[in-house]
Design a protein around this ligand. Structure first.
Ligand code: C2E
Ligand code: CA
Ligand code: CA
Ligand code: CA
Length: 278
């Protein structure tokens, strides 16, 4: 394995030839990590077109000793093994704790927090109840919680997924459709789902100014989102030219390394709070 696999490979004892042994060891390590609190929340800021902070996206990291693993190393495995359910619950709970902490703060009190939700979580009939319980326990304001779903939910039992989404929407929670345009997009679902926002995938943003096709796609997505009265969040903004294009094009929010990298939640709170929460 190259750079991407290195972090994961280090957990494996070379004597464990068997793929099943390796998987079992990785699963055990993840379980330990969950009980030891090694899964940490990072937060990447989002800004409106005037440059005002509007909120952030929660991105999970696995802190294993000195090593910090990004989600690409473990989310796929967590989904295959079912560990995404306890991991997702942890992320949601910690995110709601943050929202509750921010409540009333002059700077942080109006921010939205976007949390990635796996299709496996949406498949769980108990999911809406779980979220409701977390909101109750933490006292987080539901109206500031955004759940990000990817288009992979379109492959699911649509009736069930839609019902769960409406149940959560009725509690005030918002939904954003993540990585829009990369999966099995179906325009019918834009109408059918109770969505509040579309996130333009990084791959289109990256090629702005390079490939005229991407500019057309971005313009089309923005026009579509307008028709459906959805907010449009562009992710992966790295260059001034991209920011300028997206701002003038009518994006509601921007997210990317140009504006701010994901940082540990405490650092995010420190950087953006007026009163110094946390
Ligand atoms: P995503 O939801 O599309 O998240 C955005 C990813 O783009 C993040 O990667 C973020 O660090 C990265 N990014 C943001 N701005 C820029 C930029 O300007 N340039 C570039 N090159 N990259 C940028 P990260 O943190 O590695 O997360 C990867 C994916 O892992 C996420 O993609 C999301 O699908 C998944 N993920 C992260 N946290 C969670 C979680 O708590 N639960 C679930 N189910 N999935 C998660
Ligand atoms: Ca996301
Ligand atoms: Ca995304
Ligand atoms: Ca993505």
């Amino acid at each position: 394995a190259k750079a991407d696999g290195r972090g994961v490979a280090r957990f494996f004892d070379p004597s464990m030839q068997d793929a099943a042994d390796r998987r079992a060891a990785f699963e055990a390590a993840m379980r330990d990590g969950l009980s030891l609190g090694q899964f940490r929340l990072f937060c990447q800021p989002q800004f409106d077109c005037h440059g005002n902070l509007t909120g952030g996206e929660v991105l999970v990291r696995w802190q294993r000793g000195a090593e910090l693993l990004g989600p690409d190393h473990f989310i796929g495995f967590a989904e295959e093994s079912g560990l995404i359910l306890p991991l997702g619950e942890h992320v949601l709970k910690e995110s709601c704790r943050a929202l509750a902490r921010w409540d009333g703060d002059a700077m942080l009190g109006h921010l939205k927090l976007a949390v990635n939700v796996s299709v496996h979580q949406m498949r769980d009939p108990e999911f809406p109840e779980r979220v409701a319980r977390i909101l109750d326990v933490t006292g987080a304001p539901p109206g500031r919680l955004y759940l990000e779903l990817t288009e992979s939910v379109f492959a699911e039992d649509m009736q069930e997924i839609t019902r769960r989404m409406f149940e959560l929407r009725a509690r005030g929670i918002c939904f954003a459709l993540d990585d829009f345009g990369t999966g099995y997009s179906s325009l019918a679902y834009l109408q059918r789902f109770p969505l509040s926002a579309l996130k333009i995938d990084r791959s289109f943003v990256r090629n702005l100014g390079i490939d005229p096709g991407s500019a057309s796609i971005v313009e089309a997505i923005i026009a579509l989102a307008r028709k459906f009265e959805l907010e449009i969040v562009a992710e992966g903004v790295e260059l001034e030219a991209q920011r300028s294009f997206l701002t003038h094009g009518g994006c509601s929010s921007l997210q990317g390394f140009l504006l701010g990298r994901p940082v540990p939640m405490a650092e995010f709170e420190h950087a953006y709070s007026a009163a110094g929460v946390g």
